[in-house]
Structures are given as C-alpha cells and as structure tokens.
Design a protein around this ligand. Structure first.
Ligand code: UD1
Length: 387
C-alpha cells in the first residue's frame, strides 16, 4: 500500500475539443478553493484549430503532461492513452483523477485509474442516449460504473444512474460546467461580422441582412456514410435557398465530403464553409444566428442557454432537458421533418427556453466545494497501486 499524501494533486484529464470548455471553469474553481490540481492532455485533438486556440481563448493552464496520442482507430487511441497514462499515475499518485464528458480519453484514463485504486471523479455523468452504436454512449456507461463521485447536469441523469445500480449518495446535481464557460465568455464573444471579415470571405457572401443559419456536423453516423451525407447536403442546399448558412467544418467532415465528392455539391453561393472555429468565434456565430442545425451534444446545451432555436440532426439525444425545457428539437435525418422544423424555428415565436436548474455559471464552484469535502472524508491510505 502506498500512503496517500494529503497534498497529492487531483489529476484533471482533457483530450478532445468538447473537454476544453468543461475543464476551464473547473481548474479555476479548484484554484479558488486552493485544491492542488494538475492537468493532463492526452493529445486526442492536436490541430491548432481543434486545440491550441481553445487553450488560449479559455485561459486553460498549459498541461503538466501531454501524451501526444493523436488520431487512430478507437482501439488504438484508447489503448495508446492507457499505455501512456499508466506510468504518470504511478509516479504522481494523485489524490483523484477527474474526467469530463464522454470521449475516448475519458474512459481510457478512468480505466487505468480504477486499476491503480485511484478514486475517479466524473463530471457530466449519467447522460444516456440509449443508443449503443454511439461510441460516446459506451464511454459514458463504463466511466460512470468506474467513478466514485459523479456530477450531473440534469435530473434525468440520476434516474439513469440509479437504473444502472449506482448509489445516489455518490451523485450530485452540480449543473453544467459548459454553461459556466458560456456565461464567463459571453461578453467576449466575437461578432459574426468580425469572424467572416477576418476569414476574408465577407465580400463573397450572400447578403446576410435577413440573418443566417449555423451548421455543425461531425458525428460518424452522419458523415461516414455516403448516402446519409449526400441526403444531408441536399437538404441543407434546399434550406439555404431560404436562409444562408455558415458551416464551420470539423476535419472529419471535410475529409468525408472530399472523399465522397460532395464538397462541390454544397451550394457555395448560399453556404459559407469555414475551418473549425475557436470558442469565442463559435459563440459569436451561435449568438448572432437565427437558427442552429447540429449533431453536437454541447451545442444543444449552448443554444438552450442562449435561447436560439436548435435542430438536432440525430434520432436521439442524451440531453433531454434541452428538448423539454430548452430550444432543441430532434429532427433526425428526415428531409421533410427538417424542412418543417426549420420553418417553425424561423417563426417569430419559436420554442421558448427556460434555463435548467443550476445552469447558472456556478456549476464548477459547486463541484470544487463538494470535491474538497469528499477528499477530506477519504481514508488517507486508500491506494492499492502496485508498489
Ligand atoms: C471526438 C469525440 C466526440 C466529440 C468530438 C468533438 C470520441 C469517441 N469522440 O470525435 O465525442 O464530439 O471529438 O470534436 O472521443 N482530426 C484532425 N485534427 C484533430 C483531431 C481530429 O484532423 O485535431 C481528424 C482526424 O482525421 C481524426 C478525425 O478527425 O481521425 C476524428 O477525430 P477523433 O478524435 O477520432 O474523433 P472526433 O470525431 O473528433
């Protein structure tokens, strides 16, 4: 048994773009509570556009460790993270490992931690789409099973966790750290005009006087299949006749559009494609848009917080509160349904949004206070890491 030092840091893990917005307020709140914390980046996302920009915009401290794993199949990525994180955990012996969200980095680090006997904190636990073909769903279920302290964003998460046998004492409704980041940065959001001028595309644009729709797309279920992606392109072309689109493109989506010969089929007079945007740019693009079409989890939440109508191009969502209480509508990939919902979304009184409980910019503060008390209650020598 290794004796646990009370000053051991909490090791916080990030890997992919949606993790960065979640970790920023947590690191700030830990510092405010004087909880020692270190940051490990797995390197799952590595492009300047997908990574560095976010660290700069969000003021995230430089990671103490970077595993540099990069892209690969799910197995390669997960296995590489596990192999590379193990010696760091052995050497550091953290008081806990904190993981966020549902990406491959989340499950990989949780799995190594549990084998080392290191307590695991999971932020954004209990979300379930009930669609096991989504890689994120598997990551969520397994990470929650391994975690000791679980923070949720919405009440439905607790029922999901209880159904899977997780004791409610370990679960805390903290609110949404992604919305902490939104509130914190809203005053600095970059107006869409500045972004398109900076990209040098302002002159080639259709007039945006009547506004624009924002599109983001990256899920394998939408972009990896030729027929599916072709149908989405054709539907977006149709919608764009009514309202121009701005479409920041994830690298996976650009790759698939090129490979399937579909990039040229997007109506380039009405659909403006851009590289992936930084956080402050995307926040501005969302805030200034009339409607958002997306398959992202985070954007469903952000549009609810902003009160912007959102059409989710998926058959299910793990974030039901954005539908019941927010501005989100599930439209799947059915062109007629999308068209109808698009028209409804543009009407003067689209779905009203009521901010869900604790989506108030203070979720990370609640998390830090709970973590502090929980750490103090842990036995000092609860590790069984190999000696
Ligand atoms: C990952 C997450 C997903 C999240 C998304 C946000 C998993 C299982 N999925 O999906 O939940 O919504 O991040 O972006 O963890 N690529 C680059 N540069 C980069 C990163 C990726 O070019 O910096 C390209 C590579 O070709 C790579 C592909 O994008 O193969 C996909 O990246 P990957 O990390 O495997 O998954 P995402 O689709 O980004």
């Amino acid at each position: 048994m290794i004796k646990q030092e009370s000053t051991s840091p909490i090791l916080c893990i990030v890997g992919a773009r949606p993790n960065f917005m979640k970790i920023a307020p947590i690191m700030r709140a830990f510092a405010a509570e004087r909880l020692p914390a270190m940051l490990l980046h797995t390197g799952q996302h590595y492009d300047r556009d997908m990574n560095d920009t976010f660290f700069n915009d969000l003021g995230i401290p430089k990671p103490d460790f970077n595993l540099g794993v990069g892209s690969g199949s799910h197995t390669q990525q997960t296995a590489q993270i596990m192999l590379r994180v193990e010696p760091i955990l052995n050497q550091l012996n953290p008081s806990a490992v904190l993981v966020v969200g549902d990406v491959n980095s989340t499950i990989a680090c949780a799995l190594v931690s549990v084998k080392q006997g290191i307590p695991i904190i999971h932020v954004e636990s209990g979300l379930r789409s009930n669609d096991r073909t989504m890689p994120e769903e598997i990551n969520r279920i397994l990470t929650d099973q391994l975690s000791d302290l679980l923070f949720t964003t919405e009440p439905a998460a607790l029922s999901n966790l209880q159904r899977e046998g997780i004791s409610p004492e370990r679960v805390h409704l903290a609110g949404n750290v992604m919305i902490d980041t939104l509130h914190f940065n809203l005053p600095r959001a970059i107006p869409y005009r500045t972004t398109i001028e900076h990209l040098g595309i302002a002159d080639s644009l259709p007039t945006l006087t009547e506004g624009y729709a924002l599109l983001t797309l990256h899920r394998p279920s939408n972009v990896d299949n030729l027929e599916t992606l072709e149908s989405i392109v054709s539907t977006i072309n149709q919608l764009a006749l009514q309202l121009p689109f701005i479409f920041p493109m994830h690298p996976r989506t650009r790759d698939r559009l090129e490979r399937f010969n579909l990039l040229g089929k997007l109506d380039n007079k009405r659909i403006i494609t851009t590289p992936p945007q930084g956080y402050l740019q995307l926040l501005g693009l969302m805030k200034d848009s009339r409607i958002v079409l997306t398959d992202s989890g985070g954007i469903q939440e952000e549009t609810t917080a902003l009160g912007i109508p959102c059409l989710t191009l998926r058959e299910n969502t793990e974030r039901p509160i954005t539908i019941h209480q927010g501005t989100n509508t599930l439209v799947g990939r059915n062109p007629e349904l999308i068209l109808r919902a698009f028209h409804q979304g543009l009407e003067p009184n689209p779905k009203r949004s009521e901010p869900p409980k604790h989506w108030d910019g203070k979720a990370a503060i609640r998390i830090a206070a709970t973590v502090k008390a929980w750490l103090a209650s842990l036995p000092q020598n609860n590790h069984n890491a190999p000696s």
